[in-house]
Design a protein around this ligand. Structure first.
Ligand code: SF4
Length: 440
């Protein structure tokens, strides 16, 4: 058995409480996937929904080095099932890595499978092209660029500001390639709008609303870079808030409104609520104090860690604790040169943060770190964090949630292996669906 297969199987065996689906999914997210040319999409002209590059690149090579995958986009996500581990349907976001031991291949009979070191590990279904992607705005812009959907169509991802005002090595979060991703798409001549006009967003949403007849889309996320000064003359809360206000006026209650933004002072957070936002994500990225300063220098400089955390708790009073869901980037706490050297220490630190928030009713969530090569942390850690860290985090996350008597956070669909659609980490795959949870 080859090394990676042995690693995956040993972790599945050692951690029987973590579904095998989640172990494999975490490894795919931290490692990336290579693709047969025959498994790529035909961009917007084919039957497969292409990768939209909805905020970061989430690739493990620069666009210019992706080969055919730079011309014909890979699919946005994969649905895995079956194989030697008997996988229940598992939705995984696509991160391209031509050097990955994982490969999506097309068999002679046309079916797709995922291989690990040449051995088949899952059947693959690609996301079908949604009807709303086949229509364009009156000005010719695509719905995929203006209002892409992810999580198998559940979430409309509105990166309305494609750049972050934390700029350069002394401010950008050390794992984040938002600014680089903007540059590389511009250089490749792809449409990639810096600031999306409100009217474009509304028009794209009207197309989605019209053609998403199955009502697969349930939520929208407003996000983009941090605004430290102003954009279009507006401070951050008013800049992002104006989209929510317009969306809620035009499509009242059609989707759950979320915003991912800085931890703002209470009065600004209240404005988000007044604009119609339901869920607020003031992401704290990494818990440890020393690492936060090193990894998030912009957040430290403009707000500061203690104040960031205080504002998260203040926001819980505005939205209700269940509706404040700060994200952290799982794995960066183990990134060289500054990260924890053992999985034990990294888990202990991360759980301290989970306890801090969950004991106050706030449920963080996490995305799995993708070591993008143009970021400082990705450059120094091309293999990401150890898989064991990711698997143990899933176990610790579920235990901490249960310890504090909390339910899966709202706005992510149904929890549990076989149900979850959240595609950039397995946190929803390991939780018990609410309707199946046994009351204490
Ligand atoms: S705040 Fe950090 S993670 Fe968010 S866009 Fe800016 S640099 Fe990236």
């Amino acid at each position: 058995m080859s090394a990676r297969t042995a690693l995956v199987e040993s972790l599945i065996e050692r951690f029987p409480g973590v579904p095998g689906e989640a172990v494999l999914k975490e490894d795919l997210l931290r490692t990336g996937i290579s693709f047969d040319d025959a498994a790529l999409s035909d961009n917007l002209d084919g039957a497969v929904k292409p990768k939209s590059y909805f905020i970061f690149s989430f690739d493990q090579q620069p666009l210019a080095q992706l080969g055919e995958a730079a011309n014909r986009r890979p699919p946005e996500e994969l649905a895995l099932s079956g194989g030697p581990y008997g996988l229940r349907r598992t939705i995984v976001s696509v991160r391209v890595n031509p050097a990955s031991p994982y490969r999506v291949e097309r068999d002679e009979d046309g079916s797709l499978r995922l291989t690990l070191e040449g051995r088949s590990v899952a059947d693959v279904t690609l996301p079908p092209m949604p009807e709303y992607y086949r229509h364009t705005l009156a000005n010719g812009k695509t719905v995929m660029e203006t209002a892409p959907t992810i999580q198998w169509g559940y979430l409309i991802y509105l990166t309305v500001l494609r750049l972050c005002q934390y700029f350069g090595a002394k401010e950008e979060c050390q794992f984040c390639d938002i600014n680089h991703n903007w540059r590389q798409h511009k250089q490749a001549g792809r449409p990639y709008t810096g600031v999306k006009p409100v009217e474009d967003v509304l028009e794209a949403l009207a197309i989605i609303d019209e053609f998403d007849t199955a009502k697969a889309s349930h939520a929208y996320t407003l996000t983009g870079g941090s605004v430290t000064s102003r954009v279009d003359g507006l401070e951050e809360a008013d800049f992002y808030g104006r989209y929510a206000e317009a969306i809620e006026a035009r499509f009242p209650g059609r989707w759950i409104g979320k915003v991912v933004a800085q931890a703002l002072p209470r009065a600004a957070v209240q404005r988000y609520r007044d604009y119609g936002i339901t869920i607020y994500h003031p992401n704290y990225e990494v818990w440890d104090e020393r690492l936060f300063v090193l990894i998030c220098p912009g957040k430290e400089r403009y707000v500061g860690r203690a104040e960031w955390h205080r504002r998260i708790l203040d926001a819980a009073e505005v939205f209700g604790p269940r509706y404040v869901i700060p994200n952290f980037v799982a794995g960066v706490e183990m990134a060289r040169p500054h990260g924890f050297e053992t999985v034990d220490d990294a888990i202990a630190s991360t759980v301290e943060g989970l306890d801090y928030f969950m004991s106050r009713g706030v449920t963080p969530r996490f995305t799995t770190w993708c070591p993008e090569p143009t970021t400082p942390l990705g450059r120094d850690n091309p293999e990401g964090a150890p898989l064991e860290y990711h698997v143990r985090l899933l176990e610790a996350y579920r235990e901490t949630l249960e310890k504090h008597g909390l339910k899966p956070p709202p706005g992510y669909g149904t929890a549990g292996a076989g149900n979850a659609v959240f595609s950039v980490s397995s946190f929803m795959d390991v939780l018990v669906p609410e309707e199946e949870a046994v009351p204490a």
